[in-house]
Write a protein that binds this ligand. Structure first.
Ligand code: CTP
Length: 408
């Protein structure tokens, strides 16, 4: 998968730099070419000699060679690569990448590179959790950079927590996964609608009825679809998330009614739709124009059912379109899931139970079970939402392929 690929390995000054020796060995063993760029501080953690020997190329540190004035062109290096890996990415280096502080060769190369960039952060747990670091990482993601999450564990400081750079094997796996999807592009030419996030149902100008959905699952699905070549329309309720991929067109909505109108309008031109939003089932019958004042001891808000978007699209669905729903249950998960699958005319349904640890709202992980129209049940282990998105999209591709075969 990585044979013949050209990588820039940008090493910044963190203790995890020692892992770059193994990372380089693994990449070279795969048949890849590796050009190492180090910051000055990185040289204190691992020697240029080690890295030059393993990568079989002189490493680059300075803008030019002080001995003979030869220019190390960051532009040429940036354009040469199929991907750039910044590992370890310290808080300092990520801050510079996020804000364009181009005071070393690693950063100028990063700014010049047109290839995908992978960032493997490493630092102490408090530095990692600091809002400044988190904001910089979110900015890098919004530039389309791929973050390879650090692991939990014992840190060089002796503290225990999140901040250990991903292992070289994990970084290589992330690269392989990326190039596999790129080569696959199994959804190129397909259009997919995704709903994501919560809806907010207005009571008055300052209050609403909402839910705890973060939108993370739907956004991960949208990214996965886009990476595999699909043109994605993401109808999103209110979330703090950013869309990274250029193949994703986002339509922001607030209420269930707005989500219904946007989804229904787009569905006709879609090959598939994945309904991952946590849509409110009820909305206040009357939305007050002025703030509702505190008066009696008891008060009630009359609610009216919203449109079931998935069920409405199920009615409109053609033979060639694929419709996927979710079900979040607290009891009788399978039986309720089967009912929803039929009622909404879905091709498959993704079940998650709030009883499973690590599943559901506001987590980075999910544990799901699929039920399809043939009543085939597939249960998955607890995985990251990104990996779950991969499983969902694999199943979607199977459904699209079988529909195209049977309807030809
Ligand atoms: N859904 C929808 N529109 C709604 C309610 C739900 O599109 N008004 C979709 C969800 O996006 C999800 C699926 O329907 O894909 C199931 O949602 P869920 O909340 O689990 O089920 P409900 O149909 O709302 O049923 P209940 O609340 O009774 O479990």
């Amino acid at each position: 998968m990585l044979k013949g690929k050209k990588f820039i390995l940008g090493i910044s000054g963190g203790i995890a730099a020692y892992k770059c020796a193994q990372l380089t060995r693994l990449l070279v063993k795969e048949g890849a070419e590796v050009q190492v760029i180090m910051t000055k501080l990185a040289k204190q953690f691992i020697t240029p000699l080690t890295m030059a020997t393993l990568s079989k190329r002189p490493i680059l540190v300075e803008f030019f060679d002080p001995e003979n004035g030869a220019w190390n062109s960051h532009v040429d290096t940036g354009l040469w690569a199929d991907a750039m890996i910044v590992a370890p990415a310290t808080a300092n280096t990520m801050g510079k990448m996020a804000n364009g502080v181009a005071d070393n060769l690693l950063i100028t190369t990063y700014l010049s590179a047109r290839c995908p960039v992978f960032v493997a952060p490493t630092m102490d747990l408090d530095m990692y959790q600091h809002p400044s670091t988190q904001t910089n990482m979110a900015t890098l993601k919004s530039y389309g950079n791929h973050l390879i999450e650090p692991n939990d564990g014992e840190l060089a400081s002796g503290l225990v927590g999140k901040g250990r750079m991903a292992e070289p094997e994990e970084i290589v796996a992330a690269l392989k996964d990326f190039f596999l999807k790129k080569n696959k592009a199994d959804l190129s030419g397909k259009k997919v609608l995704v709903t994501a996030g919560p809806t907010h149902e207005k009571i008055d100008p300052v209050r609403f009825i909402g839910n705890y959905s973060s939108g993370k699952m739907g956004y991960a699905i949208a990214e996965e679809l886009a990476e595999r070549g699909a043109e994605v329309t993401l109808v999103s309720g209110p979330t703090n998330l950013k869309v990274c991929h250029q193949n994703i067109k986002r339509i922001d909505v607030v209420s269930a009614e707005q989500m219904y109108l946007a989804s229904q309008e787009k569905f006709g031109s879609m090959d598939a739709a994945i309904m991952s939003a946590a849509v409110a089932d009820y909305t206040p019958a009357v939305k007050a124009d002025e703030k509702v004042k505190r008066t009696a001891d008891n008060m009630s808000v009359e609610l009216r059912a919203t449109k079931d978007i998935a069920a409405e699209l199920g009615k409109l669905k053609s033979d060639k379109q694929v419709l996927v729903g979710f079900a979040l249950e607290t009891q009788d998960v399978i039986a309720n899931g089967e009912l929803k699958l039929k009622k909404k005319n879905l091709d498959f349904i993704v079940l998650n139970s709030l009883k499973d640890k690590g599943a559901g709202f506001n987590t980075d992980t999910n544990k799901v079970t699929f039920i399809d129209k043939e009543n085939k049940t597939t249960e998955f282990a607890l995985k990251s939402k990104v990996e779950v998105a991969g499983d969902i999209v694999d199943k979607l591709v199977d459904c699209l392929q079988s529909k195209n075969l049977t309807n030809r």
